[in-house]
Design a protein around this ligand. Structure first.
Ligand code: FEO
Ligand code: CA
Ligand code: CA
Ligand code: CA
Length: 601
């Protein structure tokens, strides 16, 4: 009777209507529960959150700010527990601190922000009757990784002069990780996390005079004098005039082993340095690992890494140690997309070309392998550290902000969220092409990339646009060929994930249709391909991150609730999740079907 009985397995729910409510809204028949909020205790001895008396020490033992990527893993020993891994992308000081003065932050505020960044590992108890997930404070697997945690630099650029600083003459040890956005799970059970907009933490790029250094800084968005958060006032490594190489030590994919707290997390230089959104690993048929990656900037690129060596199966110590070396040796490629319709038919309006599809072929251009560079005028070390410059030289395709990517565990096809690009087709910028077909692109698109002969390690691929996002009544949108009067509007796709049935789930950031962000499902096969349905919405000012879609759990990270113009600690833009009179707290939400049933069944 509910009108969705014919939907594909995993997608039988009544869609949520777009709204502007300060709440998480979920379908009929589902329940929601807050798993953990910014400031909730994680480590032994950490105090409960107290908005008015935060300290760096308490924050270092509590859940960090702005949860983004989530992984929900089996516990290695206890079947009644799960292991949650969360990124903490950035701190939002005016919303975090009473009386915050952005020109003169206190040392304590800055140190709290350092401790609010990074990652958390938190063991959760699972209630087998309701599906509720509750943190086990002080569990031996629980960890907080912050701006002060030690990382080892690995791979071909480790030890490069470009990575040496006065604190690290070897160029192999970095304290901290910054702006960790999306991520991915390796087939051997470690977590990859992308260091994205690291440029915002460094001061005084505008005072650098050497033209080569200046151009490199500019290509990574480093400019101006004081940094936004003024960290340089409290640690000289954030001042480029004192530590010119410190920014080169951020912008990497980091690998963390949530099951092995004794293993130092690694920055994997073989995967290149850019504004890493996330990483989508896949095992190739021959046992090598392939990692797909986006560089989230207008007109930046899409990449893949192919390992030299094969994964060893099994969960034993020897296999694990071997597999944790796979991302250090391999080839880094950047993508070139070519359309198959006449250029004259791609007019920037989003009107489908006469062959009825935005589609075409593509090639993977090799940039470097180990110590060997394939880019004229650049050493291999330079290719890894200044990867954007290398891709500029080889003619890669400038994309509409490549965000998260996920290969389908069923088919191996790769789904890339291109979130938007307000500058496409504007003066002096690249015009629309078949993969990025709308000028002043406000709503983004989803690319489906199919490796040729299904060979993930190969050099060529086919591609098409699964979705051209926006209001379905807008003629520039496309929903995989599905009738547009039967889909949910969707704008600014950011994170992508798969459910166990092979359906794609998409979360949004910055919905340009005037309603809150949310989480959407879309089938990829058969007659329902392209039928976008909204599963939930997040509170005012929040973006929807994380998503984890398992048989009986949907987890989302509601990031930066209340982040709207003019909002502050004193004048909050949201009171979620704690309710009237409280400040907003980024939180992880667990959605279950009533009775802990199967999602969408
Ligand atoms: Fe941190 Fe590209 O989103
Ligand atoms: Ca075409
Ligand atoms: Ca993101
Ligand atoms: Ca985003």
């Amino acid at each position: 009777a509910s009108g969705h009985g014919g939907a594909r397995t995993g997608l039988r729910f009544e869609p949520v209507e777009p709204n502007t409510d300060d709440a998480v809204t979920i379908p009929e028949g589902y329940e929601q529960q807050i798993v953990i909020r910014w400031g909730d205790p994680v480590l032994e001895g950490a105090p409960e959150f107290d908005a008015d008396s935060q300290t760096p020490e308490s924050q270092a033992g509590q859940f960090g700010y702005n949860n983004d990527y989530l992984a929900l893993l089996a516990h290695p020993e206890n079947r009644r527990q799960k292991v949650l891994v969360s990124n903490h992308e950035y701190s939002d000081e005016p919303l975090m601190f009473p009386g915050y003065d952005g020109d003169n932050p206190t040392q304590e505020q800055v140190e709290i922000a350092w401790a609010a960044h990074g990652l958390s590992v938190v063991v959760l108890d699972e209630d087998r009757r309701t599906g509720a997930l509750t943190p086990v404070v002080g569990n031996e697997l629980n960890r907080r990784i912050t701006v002060s945690s030690e990382f080892t630099v690995s791979g071909p650029a480790a030890g490069s002069d470009l990575l040496k600083t006065s604190a690290d003459a070897e160029g192999t040890t970095v304290f901290g990780t910054l702006n960790n956005c999306a991520g991915g799970m390796t087939p051997w059970g470690t977590v990859l996390s992308g260091e994205e907009n690291f440029n915002q933490y460094f001061a005084n790029a505008g005072q650098v005079t050497d033209p080569v250094a200046k151009a490199r800084l500019a290509r990574y968005g480093l400019s101006g004098d004081a940094s936004e958060r003024k960290w340089e006032q409290f640690d000289s490594r954030f001042d480029l005039l004192q530590e010119p190489n410190e920014p080169n030590r951020f912008g990497w994919i980091v690998e963390l082993d949530p099951y092995d707290p004794d293993w130092t997390p690694q920055k994997r230089t073989a995967l290149g340095r850019f504004k890493h959104e996330g990483a989508g690993p896949r095992l190739a048929d021959d046992g090598r690992v392939v990692v797909y990656m986006g560089d989230d900037e207008r007109f930046d690129y899409f990449y893949k890494f192919v390992s030299d060596n094969k994964m060893k199966s099994g969960s034993g110590k020897r296999a694990r140690e071997h597999n944790r070396t796979l991302l250090d040796e391999g080839t880094l490629y950047v993508a070139k997309f070519t359309g198959n319709s006449p250029a004259a038919e791609i007019d920037g309006t989003g009107t489908l070309p006469s062959d009825g599809a935005f589609d075409g072929t593509g090639e993977w251009i090799a940039l470097a392998h180990g110590d060997e560079s394939f880019v004229d005028g650049m050493s291999a070390e330079e290719v890894y550290v200044f990867t954007r410059e290398a891709s500029d030289k080889v003619g890669a395709t400038k994309m509409d902000r490549p965000e998260d990517v996920e290969p389908s565990p069923k088919t191996g096809n790769v789904y890339i969220a291109l979130t938007n690009n307000s500058q496409r087709g504007t003066s002096g910028k690249a015009a629309a092409d078949e993969a990025n077909p709308r000028n002043a692109n406000k709503h983004g698109q989803i690319v489906e990339l199919v490796e040729k002969n299904r060979n993930a390690t190969g050099l060529s691929f086919n591609w098409n646009l699964l979705l051209v996002c926006g209001d379905p009544e807008d003629s520039s949108t496309y929903f995989g060929g599905f009738p547009k009067d039967q889909v949910s509007p969707i704008s600014c796709p950011d994170n992508v994930a798969f459910d166990p049935h092979g359906n794609l789930w998409i979360s949004t950031d910055g919905n340009a249709l005037g309603t809150n962000d949310g989480l959407f499902s879309v089938p990829l096969k058969g007659e329902s391909r392209g039928q976008v349905k909204q599963f939930l919405t997040v509170p005012v000012g929040a973006e929807t991150c994380g998503p984890v879609v398992q048989e009986r759990h949907v987890l989302v990270a509601a990031q930066h609730p209340g982040e709207i113009d003019g909002a502050s600690f004193e004048n909050p833009g949201s009171e979620w999740p704690d309710g009237p009179g409280s400040i907003p707290r980024p939180s992880v939400v667990n959605v279950t079907k009533r009775g802990f049933g199967r999602i969408g069944c």
